[in-house]
Design a protein around this ligand. Structure first.
Ligand code: PEP
Length: 254
């Protein structure tokens, strides 16, 4: 049994004070609880403390996630954030391998694999992103491309509790473009991801890992994705920047 998950990626949006206001708004929208749905909010690094304080003061029914972390413990890595620093501030999730980090900052599958290991060693749940470009999709190679990413990103990982590792399938051509994959497109790849996870970790573990869809997901279309067997939730960019639209997506998943 996998609890559904709705995770919001604010990307490089919302200053510290704006982030506090958004988190407070979301706490109000969700004050009735989120049922069995796990909700995660991933603000920019400088907003993490402010959102953590809102979660604590308002007993808000969502968890705190970062958008990135480095795999070293500490040291001369200017501008980076160590997993232990995230734990200390109250973050329990961290997005890794987002296509924007792969594309703009040159992150490789090897980096993403090291980040997953470092985060898990500190009890932080990685939300590990994968997904193909339009070129790869048009060449009909999307399934094999994503399966290859999953194999590389999970190499050598030890997963005892499958609720502690999350995969997000985000076709790059659907991120922030308004173009969504169809629910069947999402199921095709999410199903292949689960099959690959079963080959790597065994069926029982694979059956417990949440596989999210991301890419222009919004209140109007999220239910269609959630109906699919291997889609366990959504990673949401644009629609997570307004408390009412993000809360509507959580409610659609309940
Ligand atoms: C994302 O960047 O993780 C994302 C899914 O963005 P959007 O929902 O805006 O397409």
């Amino acid at each position: 049994m996998r609890n559904r998950m709705i995770a919001g990626n604010w990307k490089m949006n919302k200053s510290y004070s704006e982030g506090v206001v958004l988190a407070q708004g979301l706490a109000r929208e969700l004050e009735g609880g989120t049922g069995d749905v796990d909700v995660v909010v991933c603000p920019p690094t400088v907003d993490l403390k402010g959102v953590a304080t809102v979660i604590e003061q308002e007993s808000a029914p969502f968890s705190l996630g970062a958008q990135n972390a480095y795999f070293e413990e500490s040291g001369a890595y200017t501008g980076e954030t160590a997993p232990s620093m995230l734990t200390d501030i109250g973050a329990t999730y961290c997005i890794i391998g987002h296509s924007e980090r792969r594309g703009y900052f040159g992150e490789t599958d090897e980096d993403i694999n090291k980040k997953a290991k470092a985060l898990m060693a500190h009890g932080i749940v990685p939300i590990s992103c994968c997904g193909e470009s339009l070129e790869v999709r048009e060449a009909g190679k999307h399934v094999e491309f994503v399966v290859d990413q999953i194999r590389k990103d999970t190499e050598g990982l030890v997963i005892d509790d499958p609720s502690k590792y999350v995969v997000a399938y985000e076709p790059i051509w659907a991120i922030g473009t308004g173009k969504t994959a169809t629910a069947d497109d999402a199921q095709e790849v999410c199903g292949a991801i689960r099959k690959t996870l079963a080959e790597v970790f065994g069926q029982e573990v694979a059956d417990g890992i949440r596989v999210l869809y991301g890419g222009s997901a919004k209140p109007e279309n999220v239910a269609g994705f959630l109906e699919k067997e291997d889609v366990d939730g959504a990673l949401v960019g644009g629609a997570s920047l307004k408390a009412d639209s993000f809360a509507a997506m959580v409610k659609a998943a309940m």
